[in-house]
Design a protein around this ligand. Structure first.
Ligand code: TRP
Ligand code: ZN
Length: 469
């Protein structure tokens, strides 16, 4: 199987940038430091040491954004409701670029400074362990995307009529102050004001839209826990289509006119794809759905933004199936370390294989065989999917394709019935939460009653081409 175009196969690998990393981040210091009460600048993820922060947990983001595509200026206020996980005299948020004009904690002005991608906040009064608090950050400027270790851009990416906003793995901080690591999920409210004629699309349900003084404000709400990388506020000139599926899911599609003709036959299949996936993976985890089909020719990938995947051009059916499957695998069941990315990409790729198999196309076995035929020197075997080694490899072919092969090897070992029971047990046990690879292996053994840890260890963790299972 040739790698789908959303894989970085067609992207240039950029020279690795040297990122300044603080000692605390390198040590993954999440416990109290010598001072005892300062929050850590990172969440302890070795692939992205400064992503996320330690010392608190965000419950809710309330983001108010005004964007002018002409001047590319963003004017924004973020209100975060959070809980201190220990006493805090100081804590960090992730925010890259942009000018911060004021920070308050529980309505009292707080001292703040910028340190690279960290916004360091010192509240007037220390926060007690367990204390709920509210941080308000007023900021503005011209958002710029970040360049990821693999050379791709993510975050706020301007287009000719607005912005393509995709935050995986670390771009959330380019447009709002966040606890940016997927370990910390929260609910979201978005209030986005754009010039009349543009549409602003975020996650969840559209609460309302109002036009006044030649500007339109869109209010969106996602009540289900969401990782920051899955948030979007994509802006453009879009054709909008809304309907409710037979299962009661509210669908909102936003499509760039230049992609409309190619997108239409694929988007029409969304309700059927979600219904088919629900049969296999368990109930659809959210109340709303849809697609954002932008015209962003330089982006080169799609993203499974929660409830409403974001495409850089009209998707093909495989890609729609893939991003829809992520709603279960990645969005509802979320990784706790980027090293476990195969839990997202291996599963979403395997969903494509199953879809094909059950819709008159190639069987998963044949997809597996075609990949397995690749010689030992092929890039597919360059590194193991369960341990890609660095942030530069998280979207590589071994993660997608060998990750899916690992699931196929498991299916062969336990049989179709137990394999599907494992997938369902997985989405049920971790619905709306988090999971790790070790938990998957244990759940697969418990559900099937078979010993599969050696098999999975081979497919997920060993270097080079595994022996045929
Ligand atoms: N998670 C996306 C998908 O497979 C792909 C993706 C998101 C990506 N961000 C990226 C790929 C950055 C390469 C670079 O559906
Ligand atoms: Zn994917």
């Amino acid at each position: 199987m040739t790698p789908p175009s959303r894989q970085p196969a067609r992207r240039r690998t950029a020279v690795l940038a040297t990122v300044p990393v603080t000692v605390a981040a390198l040590l993954g210091t999440t416990g109290p430091t010598a001072a005892g009460t300062t929050g850590a600048p990172g969440a302890g993820d070795p692939y992205f040491p400064l992503s996320g922060n330690g010392g608190y947990d965000v419950r809710h983001y309330d983001l108010t954004l005004g964007y002018d595509p002409g001047s590319r200026r963003l004017d924004a206020t973020a209100v975060l409701t959070a809980r201190a996980t220990r006493k805090l005299t100081r804590f960090d948020l992730d925010l890259k670029g942009l000018k911060v004009t004021a920070v308050t904690v529980d309505r009292t002005a707080a001292a703040f400074r910028r340190d690279g991608q960290e916004l360091v906040v010192s509240p007037r009064h220390a926060l007690r362990e367990g204390q709920e608090f509210r941080v308000t950050v007023a900021y503005h400027g011209t958002p710029k995307p970040v360049t990821d270790p693999d050379g791709s851009a993510d975050g706020w990416i301007t287009t000719d009529d607005g912005a393509f906003v995709a935050g995986e793995p670390q771009g959330a901080m380019t447009w709002f102050p966040a606890n940016g690591h997927p370990k910390d999920k929260a609910s979201y409210d978005f209030t986005i004001t754009v010039p009349q004629g543009r549409t602003a699309v975020a996650n969840g349900v559209l609460l309302g839209q109002r036009t006044a003084h030649r500007k339109t404000t869109f209010r969106w709400r996602e009540t289900q826990p969401m990782a920051a990388y899955l948030a979007t506020a994509t802006i453009g000139k879009f054709h909008v289509e809304r309907y409710t599926t037979r299962d009661g899911i509210q669908v909102y599609n936003a499509v760039d006119a230049r992609e409309a003709r190619a997108a239409a036959p694929v988007l029409k299949k969304l309700p059927a794809v979600l219904a088919w996936e629900s049969k296999l993976f368990g109930p659809y985890p959210f109340r709303s759905a849809g697609s954002i089909v932008d015209h962003a020719p330089d982006v080169g990938y799609a993203l499974e933004t929660q409830t409403r995947p974001l495409y850089d051009s009209a998707p093909d059916l495989d890609t729609l199936v893939h991003e829809s499957a992520h709603q279960w695998f990645g969005d509802s069941v979320t990784l706790t370390a980027w090293k476990d990315i195969w839990l997202n990409e291996g599963f979403a790729t395997y969903a494509e294989w199953l879809y094909s198999e059950q819709h008159g196309g190639r069987s998963a076995q044949r997809a597996f065989d075609a990949l397995y035929a690749r010689p030992a020197g092929d890039g597919l075997w360059a590194y193991p999917p369960g341990d890609p080694g660095s942030g530069a490899h998280i979207f590589g072919t071994p993660v997608y394709a060998r990750g899916a092969m690992a699931l196929h090897a498991l299916r062969r070992a336990v049989g179709d019935r137990d394999f599907l029971r494992i997938l369902r047990a997985w989405t049920t046990a971790h619905r709306g939460g988090h999971a790790t690879t070790a938990q998957f292996v244990r759940l697969a053994e418990k559900t099937s009653g078979k010993q599969v840890d050696r098999l999975l260890r081979t497919w997920l963790y060993t270097q080079g081409k595994p022996n045929r299972p």
